[in-house]
Design a protein around this ligand. Structure first.
Ligand code: FHN
Length: 424
């Protein structure tokens, strides 16, 4: 377990990353599951392979957007379920260097994000709807799951697992130090040693001993004695775990909630259901208040650009992170109960009060009477006074509570007003 804590130390400091789902599916622009949802055969999907030429792909621009948003790391799809490889793999011809793009998109991504000082992760799909040796007929999600032509087709699944292992080895030996290997996903009996997961993780750790691995190879990461492939962090999706994540012994387990900005991971031209910067910031605060990270997704379009709506949200989030990021980076849960007006995050003797609801009168801090050495509005460093105003004397818990007056009827920052409290 100490190994896990050592491996994840930078991750638990960074707290905020960028997820990037990009590939051929950006051309149909109906989300990354388009092949499964519309039951598209390899042949029906082939035109997108022949067409893929992201002429506006500029990973430095992606990296600058992530950095400006306050994101400290990124995870890009090297291969999603459609089997298309964004990297120049020797294991297949189904790769970006064989499309009109004629580029190793992963090489450029790694170089660009490293140049901006961000750590880099690879998403790799265990599922592969293009590979002839991946089970199709009768599978729960394969595009050809009920195509009779696939019913008696002979496959050699172990040959697919060899392919999977060989590609992971390529990814971890050709692009320098990789910080996260983000596998996706195990299901039904397609889990654990079906992927020869112990062998795979041993190979990974022999090549990149410091790399973090997620929990989606299978196994039981919350067990007191998890399998060797159970992973270094738990990966809840489209949810912030209500009570955070602890193992069977009640010990915290590193975790990261991956969240879309709209309702799709991959580019969807008609999905404009974007979350607001306020929702994104408050979700990030909730994750950190429960000892977790947030991996916020963008889905670049077929030309290689992050959608303008996504960039606008990232810019607004970055504005908040610039003045209030100290309440996120290196922070975690406080032992104090969740206050009515928002949430707490804490880093040593610095307690950060994230005030979402202005309410009426002073902001009330249960249990902190006589414990606040200094109070500042984090955004501008301005002094705030701890006091017990007359109206509180007779009505509230003045034995243990503390009060801070905020001027005005509205919060200084409607997204999240952070009060930095230096406590005893
Ligand atoms: O099927 C994938 C999906 O396309 C996306 O990649 C998410 C991101 O975590 N993972 C799977 C769904 O759980």
């Amino acid at each position: 377990m100490n190994e896990r804590l050592e491996r994840t130390a930078w991750f638990r400091e960074a707290r905020f990353g960028m997820f990037i789902h990009w590939g051929l599916y950006a051309i149909p622009a109906r989300g990354e599951w388009v092949r499964s949802v519309e039951k598209l055969s390899n042949e029906q999907y082939e035109p997108y392979f022949r067409e893929f030429r992201p002429d506006r792909y500029d990973p430095r621009a992606w990296a600058r957007a992530a950095k400006a948003a306050g994101q400290q790391y990124a995870v890009l799809t090297t291969k999603h379920h459609d089997g298309f490889c964004l990297f120049d793999s020797e294991q297949t011809d189904y790769k970006a260097t064989n499309t009109p793009a004629q580029r190793d998109l992963i090489k450029e991504y790694v170089e660009a994000f490293r140049a901006e000082g961000l750590k880099v992760g690879f998403y790799y799909s265990l599922i592969d709807w293009h590979h002839d040796d991946y089970p199709a007929y009768g599978d729960r999600i394969h595009p050809m799951r009920d195509n009779e032509a696939y019913k008696d087709r002979p496959i050699q699944f172990e040959r697919y697992v060899d392919y999977l292992h060989a590609q992971v080895k390529e990814l971890l030996t050709r692009y320098g130090k990789i910080d996260i290997m983000w596998f996706d996903f195990s299901y039904d009996d397609m889990t654990g040693e079906k992927w020869r997961a112990t062998e795979l993780v041993n190979m990974i750790r022999s090549i990149q001993p410091d790399i973090m691995i997620d929990n989606r190879l299978g196994g039981h990461i919350l067990a007191a004695e998890p399998e060797p492939y159970a992973g270094d962090f738990y990966s809840p999706e489209q949810i912030v775990p209500p009570g955070g994540i602890v193992d069977e012994n009640g010990l915290p387990v590193p975790w990261e909630a991956c969240i879309t900005l709209n309702d799709n991971w991959g580019y969807h031209a008609k999905d404009h259901a974007y979350k607001s910067p306020k929702q994104v910031v408050r979700a990030l605060v909730e994750c950190v208040s429960k000892n977790g990270n947030m991996l916020l997704n963008v889905g670049p379009n077929a030309r290689g650009e992050i959608p303008a709506e996504s960039l606008r949200i990232l810019e607004a989030v970055g504005e908040w992170m610039r003045h209030s990021g100290d309440s996120i980076y290196g922070c975690g849960a406080s032992s104090l109960p969740k206050p009515e007006w928002g949430r707490y995050t804490q880093n040593g003797n610095m307690l950060y009060a994230h005030v979402f609801d202005r309410g009426i009168g002073p902001i009330y801090f249960r249990g902190l009477k006589g414990k606040i050495k200094k109070a500042r509005l984090l955004a501008d460093g301005s002094e705030l006074k701890v006091s017990v105003p007359w109206m509180a004397e007779q009505y509230s818990d003045t034995d243990s509570g503390a009060f801070i007056h905020l001027a005005g009827a509205e919060l200084p920052d409607e997204i999240d007003t952070v009060i930095a409290l230096e406590i005893e």
